[in-house]
Design a protein around this ligand. Structure first.
Ligand SMILES: [Ca+2]
Length: 353
């Protein structure tokens, strides 16, 4: 396997890593800033991830952006087992030149049952392309403690970008709901949106992996912006030509393109000529408000009863009077329902090139 050359350089010169890492990490400071003009307060995000290839591409996007600072990355099982997920997160940060701390989180579901990692991203979650060999290790602390401590120290300021199952978030809410009410926004890549599912016809993978956790998150009253599967389909999918274009756009593009190889084969075997990248699309919504064309204020109800509708999320629209269903809800969910899907790939390529 050919080793990514950026990574080879990093590994060959461990002493130079800190300087490289400090060079770029979602640093909002601009070199052209006027000293007499106060800089706008930087947005501060925690990325909560079950790091497979699409999570890695989202982490890289955030690390390369000047729109937000990554204060930490909290990891959990999902696409791959926890330790692999941790390594993949560390690798993604390293590729992007970011030294944000990484914390281990949940290795089991909210109710304590074992999660069987399910990956269409290859055994290592990154296309089995020999890409994963981070030089850093995760912090000693626990992900849930890190989330709670960070929110306590920055009340009303922290945004959590959740691109895996909601287990870490639900555990943080269970442990200290008052502190979690100080979270500014949870951005959730999850649910089918208003379209069909992928785990089942009515359920999306992240919700299905831990529906009780997703229910705790939605029922908490914390503001949640949901980017569902429906936003990631159609013109937002990346074609093989676009992956080839990305691979030629530089070493980061080459890394992302290679990490998607297993997923691209999976889509091709299902008769698709393009591939979804939901996590980076959700991160694009976080970082670029102009990417989102429309959103609905909703109440979100997650079904946790066993059966065919397990992990379905039902959205009740605020302001719409249902004939039979209750209209008396807390409308804490903003459901994204139109994005500039056709611009998604070019935005991503330009951001990481
Ligand atoms: Ca994910």
């Amino acid at each position: 396997m050919r080793r990514n050359s950026t990574l080879a350089k990093l590994m060959a010169c461990a002493a130079c890593v800190p300087a490289l890492l400090l060079a770029a990490c979602g640093n909002p400071a601009s070199p052209n800033e006027q000293p007499d003009q106060p800089a706008p307060a930087p947005r501060r995000i925690i990325i909560d991830t079950d790091t497979g290839a699409d999570d890695a591409s989202a982490i890289i996007l955030a690390a390369r952006s000047d729109q937000a600072e990554i204060v930490g990355v909290t990891v959990l099982v999902g696409n791959v087992p926890l330790e692999q997920s941790v390594d993949n997160a560390l690798m993604a940060l390293e590729v992007a030149g970011c030294d944000a701390p990484v914390y281990r989180g949940s290795a089991s579901t909210f109710d304590g049952t074992h999660i069987e990692a399910f990956s269409v991203f290859g055994t290592d979650g990154m296309g089995d392309a020999g890409l994963v060999h981070p030089t850093r290790t995760a912090e000693e602390g626990d992900a849930i403690d890190f989330i709670l401590d960070t929110v306590r120290e920055n009340p009303g300021e922290i945004e959590i970008v959740a691109i895996g199952p909601a287990t870490n978030i639900a555990r943080a809410i269970e442990r200290d709901p008052e502190t979690m009410r100080q979270v500014k926004m949870i951005w959730s890549m999850g649910t089918t949106g208003l379209g069909p599912g992928n785990a089942t016809p009515v359920a999306e993978f992240n919700v299905h992996a831990d529906a009780p956790a997703y229910k705790v998150m939605l029922d908490s009253g914390i503001p949640v912006t949901v980017i569902g599967l429906d936003m990631c389909s159609g013109e937002a999918m990346w074609t093989e030509e676009q992956f080839a274009e990305l691979a030629k756009a530089g070493e980061i593009g080459e890394f992302v393109s290679s990490s998607f190889s297993s997923l691209r084969s999976f889509y091709a075997s299902n008769g698709e000529d393009a591939t979804m990248n939901c996590d980076a699309l959700a991160m694009t919504c976080v970082l670029n408000p102009d990417f989102v064309n429309a959103a609905l204020s909703c109440h979100g109800s997650c079904i946790t009863d066993e059966g065919e509708t397990y992990a379905q999320v039902i959205f009740y629209r605020e302001g719409f009077t249902y004939d039979v269903a209750s209209n008396d809800f807390t409308y804490n969910v903003t459901l994204v329902n139109d994005v500039d899907g056709e611009d998604y790939f070019s935005r991503y390529k330009d951001a990481v090139a």
